[in-house]
Design a protein. Structure first.
Lengths: 381, 338
């Protein structure tokens, strides 16, 4: 057991830190959403040129070939430095790794490099209005027409769709096959008439997500990933990646919020109130336990090549912690925390999404119960 | 970074799990709990194996391993509710080794390591400890006071009275009598004792979860195992979350005790709070998931619940611990910002 970083990990971190010190543009939320996204594209190009875009990608695909731990350090440092996430986060974290596992050589050759350079942005077309947690019930249909597939249906929660060139689309290609078996995973060109994107205004007032309407969108047959009818397995590869990469970035942000609260309580003298101190201490225990459990998960991945059972817990822990930190902040900060336009009020609203996005807490508990604890699954009525 | 046990530590874990599961079955625990006795056979076996002094240095008559190795044993002792004074005795030895004088070390540590005598731990107010774990049969006690000090009490010179707590799986007692100050870093000594307690409680919570999972897979209502109902399965997922939280915190604190003294105070607080809170929540949930049977004397969940409840009162409890941790963190952040 050794919870210090190795010399290689420290030199990786120090190199990144000094690069960030010189190059980090900071998290600038001014201007329109288009302008903000353009800045994140420029940021990713900058990361790419310095070799920091695909830190966890193997060297043969243009990445840095970093270990899981180094990749975690990368996201922690990005978070600590208050740097923006790269624009093509979905391509880097989900699309690229999925292609590396399932893609043909031609697909890897064609798609991987423009993901790294942010030349081509990626989005994820999985969820539908009637297929959320029950993803396999999705209805968007793809019908073969010569060398192409013609797609009709509707997707939702499609982050970055308005800026994307490629969509990781899961559609039903065999209506007669069993629910999980009739699905196929496609790479769909977003720049065509049959694809219409409409921003979905959130309770925060912003629009990180979109609805996507597919009316006769066309996809060449060669853009199938992992084979016809194999879409469920390929999609699971994508979702496995969804629950790892970003976690460290998000956790650092939550710890920063909590540290800001400690500073606020110290400066205002609120920390001398035993009830407030007690609550801050309890939040600190949860933040620390989350950090430690994530590190245990990293060691499991490094040892066995796949996430250990603890990793399913960290999303659950983080999302409820972030909600409780922002809620307690509202008590300590006062009216500013509910005044429109303040960062505290934004966090207070945004945090409600944490226990829903990327797997609701209810579904994650089902996953823990069934796959980790071996409890029987309730038969659907 | 490697947040996991190495091969030798895994071997210690396998050996401890096998031996304690075999010797300290829940039936055996029940016999001792109902008779109000300790498991003397198990104690001599642990003594022969050298486990009692695992974290005591070789020059003081121990095995010379670290707090991590001790944590592995204590977790398994807690898992099996072993009716032996391993936790209080090992915690007293750690405190004496860390904060005792040379004379105190040579007087007590070897006898504690061989198991010839046992130790007790607790907190004292006005010279009296109300509930010290392991007190009735112990030869020596380490008592921490409210002002951050600690006293070593030779129990031959003290008045020790057994206290019947709700937890009959362990012997507790009050202690009143003169003692000598531990001259060293008693804050760190208390932190080490809290880590020992946290390790044991992690095991208690872990086993309470295991027996609950077995029960809800087996018990059927409406022709369905109750563990299939989300009201039950989600409660089980939360139990597991609490166990793994305590485990992460306990292992980290043990590592800090061995290798990162500057992080010890925060790490020990986090482990103590996470393990006490986790063990109380998990053992309560275990009773609930067992339904009516869980409320009976015949079922096993109550032993775990009772051990967790009484353990929560040892070493100052966690009532004020969260606020003290908050101040530690605030002070550290102020230092880092300056």
């Amino acid at each position: 057991m050794d919870l210090t970083f190795s010399p290689e990990e420290i030199s990786f971190r120090d190199e990144l830190r000094s690069w960030l010190l010189a190059n980090n543009p900071g998290d600038d939320d001014s201007g329109t959403e288009d302008e903000m996204f353009a800045r994140r594209c420029a940021w990713q190009r900058q990361l790419h040129e310095a070799g920091w875009a695909g830190v966890h990608w193997p060297k043969e695909y243009g990445g840095r070939g970093a270990t899981y731990t180094q990749s975690a350090i990368f996201f922690e440092e990005l978070g600590s430095a208050n740097a923006p996430l790269p624009a093509n986060a979905l391509g880097l974290l989900l699309g690229g790794p999925t292609l590396m596992f399932w893609g043909t050589d031609a697909q890897k050759e064609r798609y991987l490099n423009p993901i790294l350079s942010a030349e081509e942005i990626w989005c994820q077309g999985f969820s539908e209005p009637e297929a959320g947690s029950d993803l396999a019930s999705l209805k968007t249909k793809a019908v073969r027409d010569g060398d192409e597939w013609v797609v009709t249906g509707q997707k939702v929660w499609t982050s970055a769709a308005q800026w994307s060139k490629w969509c990781m689309l899961v559609a039903r290609t065999d209506g007669d096959a069993a629910k999980h078996k009739g699905l196929t995973y496609f790479l769909m060109d977003m720049e065509q008439e049959g694809v219409n994107v409409r921003p979905l205004k959130q309770m925060t007032g912003g629009a990180e997500f979109n609805e996507m309407f597919l009316e006769g969108a066309r996809i060449p047959h060669e853009n199938i990933v992992g084979g016809e009818g194999n879409g469920w397995k390929v999609a699971m590869t994508t979702l496995m990646n969804e629950r790892s990469g970003l976690a460290f970035f998000l956790q650092v942000r939550t710890r920063q919020l909590l540290e800001d609260l400690f500073r606020h309580a110290e400066q205002t003298g609120q920390i001398d109130d035993p009830v407030i101190a007690d609550k801050l201490g309890a939040l600190q225990v949860r933040a620390e336990v989350l950090r430690l459990t994530s590190y245990r998960g990293l060691t499991m991945i490094e040892r066995y090549g796949q996430p250990g059972p603890e990793s399913s817990l960290t999303k659950l822990m983080w999302s409820s912690l972030n909600q409780d930190v922002t809620q307690f902040a509202a008590d300590l900060i006062g009216p500013e925390a509910v005044t429109d336009g303040t960062s505290w009020s934004y966090e207070l609203m945004r945090a409600r999404g944490n226990t829903i996005e990327g797997g609701t807490s209810e579904v994650l508990k089902n996953i823990v119960a069934e796959r980790v604890l071996g409890l029987p699954r309730l038969k659907a009525v | 970074m490697r947040f996991g046990f190495d091969e030798d530590q895994l071997e210690i874990q396998r050996t401890a799990t096998g031996l304690l599961e075999g010797r300290s079955t829940l039936d055996r625990v029940r016999e001792h709990a109902e008779a109000g006795t300790e498991d003397a056979d198990l104690w001599s076996e642990l003594s022969e194996l050298g486990w009692l002094g695992i974290a005591v240095s070789e020059e003081n008559g121990g095995q010379g391993f670290g707090v991590v190795e001790l944590t592995i044993l204590l977790e398994q002792a807690g898992r099996t509710l072993a009716c032996v004074p391993l936790m209080p005795s090992a915690a007293a030895a750690l405190a004496i080794q860390h904060a005792g004088s040379d004379a105190q070390r040579s007087r007590w540590l070897e006898a504690l390591s061989t198991g010839e005598i046992t130790g007790a731990i607790g907190t004292a107010s006005g010279g009296r400890a109300e509930i010290a774990a392991g007190a009735p049969n112990a030869a020596v006690a380490v008592l921490f006071d409210d002002e951050g000090g600690a006293r070593l009490v030779d129990l031959a010179d003290a008045l020790v009275e057994p206290v019947e707590t709700i937890d009959p799986t362990r012997r507790y007692g009050s202690i009143e009598g003169p003692g000598d100050d531990l001259p060293g870093d008693t804050d760190a000594a208390l932190d080490l004792a809290r880590i020992a307690l946290a390790a044991e409680l992690t095991g208690v919570a872990s086993r309470a979860t295991e027996i609950t999972l077995a029960y809800v897979k087996d018990r059927k209502q409406f022709d369905t195992p109750i563990g299939a109902y989300q009201a039950v399965s989600h409660a089980c997922a939360t139990m597991y979350l609490n166990v793994e939280s305590a485990r992460s915190a306990s292992y980290h604190a043990a590592w800090a005790a061995d290798a990162s003294p500057e992080g010890l105070a925060e790490a020990a607080s986090v482990a103590h709070i996470a393990a006490v809170g986790g063990a109380r929540d998990v053992t309560s949930a275990a009773i609930q998931a067992h339904g009516g049977i869980g409320f009976t004397w015949e079922a096993d969940p109550h032993w775990f619940y009772k051990r967790a409840q009484v353990s929560a009162h040892l070493l100052g409890g966690t009532g004020g611990a969260r606020a003290r941790l908050a101040q530690l963190v605030a002070d550290r952040l102020t230092d880092e910002d300056d």
